[in-house]
Design a protein. Structure first.
Length: 371
């Protein structure tokens, strides 16, 4: 790794003495953020941890006109010993770079990216929430900032990282969500940007999501964009179905499906706790048939925000179908407990997925701005 120094600027806002009880998801932000700049021919430079503040962008910045922007998401978890765990942050950094390459953007040095996250979390550890199921969400972003209306890749970029103390993604906690299968809107297509975490993917999903919400559903199950037949994702999460209370089936990665870190972790963990896994193409008519027969006993989404979101009801072409008993099933519950125990450091980590940031003996630091 080349020499990499992060300048730390003073901030005047202290870590909160008490975070609000109702954190929500992504509504509160810490006092500091990380930024660095990229210039063609110079590379990445001017790495800074400074005050959280608005960005100043020219109206002609390419992010507004060509849409070159990516992000990712991981979490920092409070351990029983007072230290903080990062979870598979290297995988998120690699996915960040895959997204960058797909959007014709420069990659970041993975070690430097992880160091920036580590140093920022270490400084802001007083913001890590103590509530059950809560965590400090980490949001790295890259966007194009060159001022031009030409349709081409930008020559300058901003990379920043912000932190947000969050509750579980769904306010109801580990409760079943209702899902509407969309056969009119699609999320993305193979060969497109489905594997990249770019805002355009999410913007294109909002009309279908709003339609589902207006109809009384919490999430959308997306089908493939070519045949509108094969299951892709649920909301912004990967999806899995449990057959016979034992066997987990999930859509295989196709180029249109996000390579979820939570998905990958659960698929590695599941066989070790007694649940075999199959990745294949899953036809929605198969799903409806197997729900009706009772062969599918559970379904759940998998993602960083919720970890696991049980599905209790699924609607397709105007008909509602209950999933199992309509309540969280034993497979989803066991996988949720097994993975979160590792993430929060409640059990030993046999997979080497966690990195400990030692902060237990460190007082939250607040530097005074110079007079």
């Amino acid at each position: 790794m080349t020499s990499f120094k992060i300048r730390v600027e003073p901030v005047t806002q202290a870590a909160p003495a008490l975070l609000p009880g109702a954190l929500g998801f992504g509504r509160h932000f810490t006092a500091r953020m990380f930024t660095q700049q990229y210039t063609a021919g110079k590379g990445w430079h001017d790495a800074v941890i400074g005050p959280y503040q608005p960005l100043i962008l020219d109206p002609a910045a390419q992010v507004f006109h060509c849409g070159q922007m990516i992000f990712d998401g991981t979490k920092a978890y409070l351990r029983p010993d007072g230290n903080v765990n990062l979870f598979r942050v290297d995988q998120n950094a690699e996915r960040f770079n895959c997204s960058a390459e797909r959007l014709a953007m420069p990659v970041v040095d993975i070690d430097q990216h992880i160091l920036a996250i580590t140093e920022l979390v270490k400084l802001e550890h007083g913001w890590v929430p103590k509530q059950d199921g809560a965590a400090l969400y980490i949001r790295p972003v890259m966007l194009a900032v060159e001022n031009t209306l030409e349709v081409r890749g930008s020559r300058s970029f901003l990379h920043y990282i912000i932190l947000s103390p969050v509750a579980p993604y769904f306010a109801g906690g580990f409760r079943p969500v209702s899902v509407l299968v969309s056969d009119d809107y699609v999320r993305t297509v193979r060969g497109g940007t489905g594997e990249a975490k770019t805002p355009g993917n999410y913007a294109g999903s909002l009309a279908g999501t709003e339609k589902a919400l207006a109809s009384g559903y919490q999430q959308v199950l997306w089908l493939d964009a070519v045949e509108r037949r094969y299951v892709d994702e649920v909301g912004a999460m990967n999806i899995a179905f449990v057959y016979g209370g034992k066997h987990i089936r999930t859509p295989m990665l196709s180029g249109a499906i996000l390579r979820g870190v939570t998905r990958d972790s659960l698929l590695k963990l599941a066989p070790d706790v007694g649940y075999p896994v199959t990745e294949d193409r899953i036809d929605i008519t198969e799903v409806i048939r197997d729900l009706a027969s009772g062969e599918i006993t559970e379904a759940f989404g998998m993602g960083t925000g919720a970890v696991i979101a049980p599905v209790g009801r699924l609607s397709y072409q105007g008909r509602n179908h209950s999933v199992g008993s309509g309540e969280p099933g034993p497979v989803a519950r066991q996988l949720f407990n097994s993975l979160t125990d590792i993430q929060y450091g409640r059990v030993s980590d046999p997979y080497g997925w966690t990195r400990i940031i030692e902060v237990a003996a460190v007082k939250p630091h607040t530097a005074k701005a110079p007079a």
